[in-house]
Design a protein around this ligand. Structure first.
Ligand SMILES: Cc1cc2nc3c(=O)[nH]c(=O)nc-3n(C[C@H](O)[C@H](O)[C@H](O)COP(=O)(O)OP(=O)(O)OC[C@H]3O[C@@H](n4cnc5c(N)ncnc54)[C@H](O)[C@@H]3O)c2cc1C
Length: 378
């Protein structure tokens, strides 16, 4: 695969990059990381531009972007922070579940305000005792007359506390491991639901939370799609999700590498720029090689998806490799910036924190390798 974008793709890349430079920028990103506030201005603006609906079909008000255009978008929006990208992407993915399986009433109620940038979504799969093994979820939903009654707890539910958020929650409606799971749309102000914020070192502006469900009663209509199909629905967007993560890591790694190059050229020690020391130079070169390879894997997977082919193995390969590349580049950046790397105003410590999370979020590196192994017939 040759990474030569066509005219439309180049224009799109320039447009999103310019948006990130002018409408978002370093300062804004840094401030929101420190304040842990959701970047509403960016989110609303993206809604106005119609970008939140990139993954949705046109009949639901979306733009039905192909995977290459989508990867270009993700790479650009993660320029300064994976957290900013997650603030946008978490809602975009969850919206695809509502678009694919929601009733006309659910679509009107939830998708329309989302597309305007006025509503966010969260996805609640992980539970305190089941993360990688998400299908072992124990949170229970029982039908009682015309209502579902939900009991249990979820953890690391990102963005659930944001006012007006609708949580798409995976709960057990039967005993079978996969066919016993269903999806529900849970408004975050439902009586019986308690949301506690977690003090994570990453995802600071999106925020991540613990949910406690104590006899939460939901109207029957808050079931998303069919009973017992929840696991299948979640799986439907996984290729896009992993592609978006890989592209985001590439975008953030590029900034981390550029920042390292700029800093080491400026910084003087022993009468010369520290970029002239071979050990530092070679680390940056190794970072550039890893980044180039990560970008090629990512767009190669995107191209395969754009051709309508199955790309489960390829997106997992891209995600693992790009996460490792981002980690290496930001780790070496931390060393190259010396003591100044420890200061938030240099941004490197943020890239480094988030790089560590890249190896865990959206399926850990070990789980991605297990997926690749399965695809290889191992
Ligand atoms: C900041 C943050 C935001 C998050 N946001 C969300 C969200 O919005 N919604 C949501 O549902 N979840 C979310 N998560 C949860 C995330 O998806 C899980 O943390 C992740 O899937 C790993 O689960 P775990 O933390 O329980 O680790 P575990 O599953 O307990 O894994 C621990 C270690 O064991 C390894 N391991 C587990 N199984 C295997 C295996 N079969 N083979 C080899 N190694 C294995 C893992 O790779 C890992 O290294 C978030 C997490 C964080 C930290």
């Amino acid at each position: 695969m040759s990474l030569v974008f066509n005219e439309e793709q180049v224009m799109w890349q320039d447009t999103v990059q310019a948006f990130m430079e002018k409408q978002v920028g370093r300062e804004y990103t840094r401030e929101h990381d420190a304040s842990r506030e959701f970047p509403w201005e960016v989110y609303r603006k993206m809604g106005e531009l119609g970008w939140l609906g990139l993954l949705l079909p046109e009949e639901d008000g979306g733009a039905a972007a192909d995977p290459i255009m989508f990867a270009i978008f993700c790479e650009a929006i993660a320029k300064y922070s994976l957290d900013t990208a997650a603030c946008i992407m978490t809602s975009m993915f969850t919206a695809t579940n509502i678009s694919a399986h929601g009733s006309p009433v659910q679509k009107e109620k939830y998708l329309a305000p989302f597309l305007r940038g006025e509503r966010t979504f969260s996805i609640a799969m992980t539970e305190p005792q089941s993360g990688s093994d998400a299908a072992a979820a124990r949170t229970k939903a029982t039908l009682d007359g015309s209502e579902w009654v939900l009991n249990g707890s979820k953890t690391f539910c990102s963005g659930a506390h944001i006012p007006g958020t609708a949580i798409v929650l995976l709960a057990r409606t039967g005993e079978e491991r996969y066919k016993g799971l269903s999806l529900f749309i849970l408004p975050n102000d439902a009586p019986g639901l308690t949301i506690t914020k977690l003090n994570t070192i990453v995802r600071r502006s999106l925020g991540t939370t613990q949910l406690y469900l104590d006899n939460v009663r939901l109207p029957k209509d808050n079931l998303l799609g069919e009973v017992g199909e929840g696991w299948k629905y979640i799986g439907e967007h996984l290729e896009h999700e992993r592609l978006s993560l890989a592209a985001s890591y590439v975008g953030n790694a590029q900034t981390a590498l550029d920042d390292t190059v700029r800093y080491t050229k400026d910084r003087q020690a022993f009468g010369r720029s520290i970029s002239e020391f071979q050990v530092i130079k070679h680390r940056m070169v190794d970072g550039a090689i890893a980044l180039e390879a990560a970008r090629l894997l990512t767009y190669s997977a995107a191209a395969k998806m754009a051709r309508g082919e199955r790309a489960v193995k390829e997106v997992s390969m891209a995600k693992v490799f790009a996460a490792d590349a981002l980690f290496k580049i930001s780790f070496d950046g931390m060393q190259a910036l010396g003591g100044y790397a420890q200061l938030p105003e240099q941004d490197m410590e943020r890239y480094f924190r988030e790089a560590k999370h890249a190896m865990v979020g959206g399926g850990t590196n070990e789980i991605q390798r297990s997926i690749i192994a399965k695809e290889m017939g191992l």
